[in-house]
Design a protein around this ligand. Sequence first.
Ligand code: NDP
Length: 256
Amino acid sequence: MTPLAGRHAFITGANRGIGAAIARQLAAAGADVTLCVRTRASADAVAGELRARGRRVHVVQADVTDRAALTAACTEAAQVQGPIDLLVNNAGVVETVPFLRSDAGVFDRMLAIHLHAPVVATQAVLPAMLERGRGDVVNIASIAGLAGTAYVAAYVAAKHAMVGLTRALAAEFGPKGIRVNAVCPGYTDTDLVGDSVGRIIAKTGRSRAEAMEMILRDAGQARLVTVDEVAAATLAFVLPEATQNGAALPLLGTPR
Ligand code: NDP
């Protein structure tokens, strides 16, 4: 019942939303967990919950766009809880801007968090994984990493880069025992979607229900994806018997 017992999982953006759900499911499967968060106090609730279940939990602090801080967080986590077996690159933000008003700063910020941060974290943990001949990296990309959406060109481009990175690393390191996969959710029930819906309401005067219906219809989703579905997909990639490598799994909120 605890197939990940003895494994150390490092999850960015683990204090809320998808990252917290992933921390809960990996811990429920037996993993010891490092919660990588921007402010330590923001992880108190999740850390307390996982410790109450008997898991070892460590909290590290890093803005993932600060390369030195993210590398130091990976090093600290390994010193405290042992080598990292499972890396989940989850921290992310979306900036909604029409393309002609998207300056270089928008593209830089989207690439910093969705491409450069996963590169930095993966480079920090891979050497120890290679020494042991096993390890998992799961990138929380997006359906925006597989298809286009209007008004989020920088986010779409950065998430496509994340999926490209996933596939390249799977090809390079799969033969050495390292699996690298991506989960590509559609709109998922977190603050991030709440913020997008809020912007539509402010701009169009639609009700919350109308705004939600609009984004789901445009995305071809029957409903929001749940954080538990994203976490379950992540867990499925890292189970000892899993065989996928280089996968980019779409999750689209099909009817229940
Ligand atoms: P939330 O807004 O609920 O959470 C975002 C998380 O990322 C928070 O923990 C936040 O920390 C952290 N974060 C943001 N910027 C940084 C930073 N610079 N350094 C460290 N941590 C940071 O979003 P979701 O849970 O929805 O998103 C998680 C991932 O899932 C993202 O990569 C997103 O692109 C992706 N995704 C989300 C979808 C959705 O519809 N919700 C759909 C497809 C993909 P803090 O609390 O400090 O702000």
